[in-house]
Write a protein that binds this ligand. Structure first.
Ligand code: SF4
Length: 327
């Protein structure tokens, strides 16, 4: 397959990044290819740090050859490139021997993540590999133009590289990996068609029948995913493919909000005041027995509008949807 063909095939398959943002993969590869530089980098991001997403670990356990082959295809497509496979610490420990065998002599370096949730954000990931403090960088310039050591850098999620291999070997069936968790009989990671609704996914995984009592669901990007009601099961799942089911009698909205707020308190990097202070205030606000809704809305507005990176902005998604639909 020629280099041009690879990018055309990715475009034709309408492959979009599986890390959460859903940017068109072929377009990203084309951008990195077009910038002229003596050195370019490819990073495969396998640092999923959200408690309700486990697809990268599943893919590493079952399809390491496909992932490495996807990275090799990128190395062939992007001139003067070498690659990093950036892994969550436990995945690194568990799969390094197997991965090194599959990598062989290819210029792919395994990199053990230092950090957690935020280190998967692409500019934070760049800072981490460069050995700097774990904080996001100002964008623009974006990584395809100036990433690792200011060189054009292609960053894709581990699942995306798996899909690249499937496309190149004519095995791509327009599927994606969903992580199902919460109050379900059959939680787990499933590879299913990308256009299936939440209802169909729950049906085909034998989970729908177990949901007789009232429930609501968080879909998309794990902790920062949107809440949907049981009447919205015709929705498709975007983001990182997480589906978390909450039975209403088991989960009080206030407890859920406290859990999210604590999670974001523990995972924000502290670089910018709106997120650092805003999430601190959010935690304080949720400690009380009665929520000041106006103050909460104001806090969420400021977080969304003024946070430096996607983490601070995305905090608002679960809170707003829960408050509007369930609370
Ligand atoms: S939004 Fe939060 S995570 Fe992002 S830079 Fe600001 S403090 Fe750090």
């Amino acid at each position: 397959m020629s280099k041009k063909n690879t990018i055309d095939q990715l475009k034709q398959a309408d492959l979009r990044g599986r890390g959460g943002a859903g940017f068109p993969t072929g377009l990203k590869w084309e951008m990195v290819k077009q910038f002229s530089a003596k050195k370019k980098y490819i990073v495969c991001n396998g640092s999923e740090g959200d408690p309700s997403i486990a697809k990268d670990g599943f893919i590493l356990a079952h399809y390491p050859e496909q992932v490495i082959n996807g990275i090799k295809i990128a190395l062939q497509t992007i001139d003067h490139s070498s690659a990093y496979l950036y892994l969550r610490t436990d995945y690194y420990q568990k799969y390094k021997t197997k991965l090194k065998k599959v990598i062989g002599r290819s210029p792919i370096t395994l990199f053990k993540e230092i950090g957690g949730y935020l280190s998967g954000e692409e500019t934070t990931l760049i800072e981490t590999i460069e050995g700097n403090r774990q904080e996001p960088r100002m964008r623009p310039p974006y990584p395809p133009q100036s990433g690792l050591w200011n060189c054009p850098t292609l960053i894709n999620n581990l699942e995306t590289f798996y899909c690249v291999n499937q496309i190149a070997t004519q095995q791509y069936q327009r599927t994606r990996f969903y992580t199902l968790s919460g109050d379900l009989l059959n939680p787990g990671v499933y590879e299913l068609p990308i256009n299936w609704s939440v209802k169909r996914i729950l049906q085909e995984t034998n989970n729908l029948l177990s949901l007789r009592s009232k429930f609501f669901i968080q879909i998309g990007s794990g902790v920062s995913g949107e809440i949907i009601k049981s009447t919205e099961l015709n929705r498709q799942v975007n983001g990182s493919g997480a589906i978390v089911v909450y039975k209403t009698k088991k989960h009080k909205p206030i407890s859920l909000m406290r859990y999210w707020a604590k999670f974001f308190l523990d995972t924000n990097c502290g670089k910018c005041a709106p997120c650092r202070e805003g999430i601190y205030r959010l935690n304080k606000l949720l400690c009380g027995n009665r929520i000041n809704r106006r103050l909460l809305d104001d806090l969420l507005f400021v977080l969304e509008q003024t946070s430096f990176c996607p983490l601070g902005k995305s905090v608002t998604v679960p809170f707003r949807s829960l408050l509007d639909k369930i609370y």
